[in-house]
Design a protein around this ligand. Sequence first.
Ligand code: HSE
Length: 312
Amino acid sequence: MTDSVTGFAPASIGNVAVGFDVLGLALSGVGDRVSVRRIEGDQVVVEEVLGLDGEPHPYLSKSTDQNTASIAAKALWDEHGRGGLGLTVHKGVPLQSGMGSSAASAVAAVVATNGLLPEPLPTAALLPFALEGERYASGGLHADNVAPSLLGGLVLCPEALLPHTVRLPGPDGVSAVLLHPELQVNTAHARRLLRKGVTQAQWIEQQGYLAGFVAACYSGDVALIGRTLRDVIIEPQRAGNVSCFDAVSRAAEGAGALGVSLSGSGPSIFALCPASKATNLATAMEQACRGEGIDCQSWVSDMNAPGAYVET
Ligand code: HSE
């Protein structure tokens, strides 16, 4: 019987501009790892939370009911596991970055925990358990980070359809560039600040963009992606919290972006672009961010980046 399993889950871009709370994209090259092992007793405990440097993480809690990894793992283990479970969380995704950090921990935890079950569940069936962690972190039930982190690629995940989700085809030849400025935005707080109402005109315009974007993905119409990757409701309320947003957006547009917006609630900023322009575009975004006096890091990702997996 296996006694320990490690799961990896990628970071993700929530909202993808057009689909507030209902659309998310997995990122390659950055994610969290969670190792789980059987322990004596019948408790689920967090044994260690480590940062990228391998040292104990300075901010994240080791209380089982205050860490998204253990909340998600416990939800799954209580229903399907037996005995005690110890978790070690290796954070790779920066906190409060708009890169789905809490979701990546929750997803890596359930994928690893699943590997210790007598009868592991299919990957998609892990979604509700991972969402329990996200609910704790952001104070709402939205799957736009958890679903792409678990399943990979571009995922349509409206609450009305959950636990069902729809994997959209990422158009060939399009890349995502994500820039993380060294700033922090608390998602739960950013959500509380949002206006609750929208005008009918905003609603009609935004649902037009979302429908057009989904159609563009299926038809592979890159020009249509450029016309539809817009957020007329949420981004205008949040962009002001990210001081480099205007400069970075202008740089991305000047370097050939199809569209630019906040990743999740920010501060990260993403662009979709023709794959051939992605490296230059990332450089332009980084230069613009540093020009505003803010250090940063960027990643270039395929639109069909893999989701979470068990490391062997
Ligand atoms: N869709 C959510 C929001 C989560 O924008 O508040 C972002 O990661």
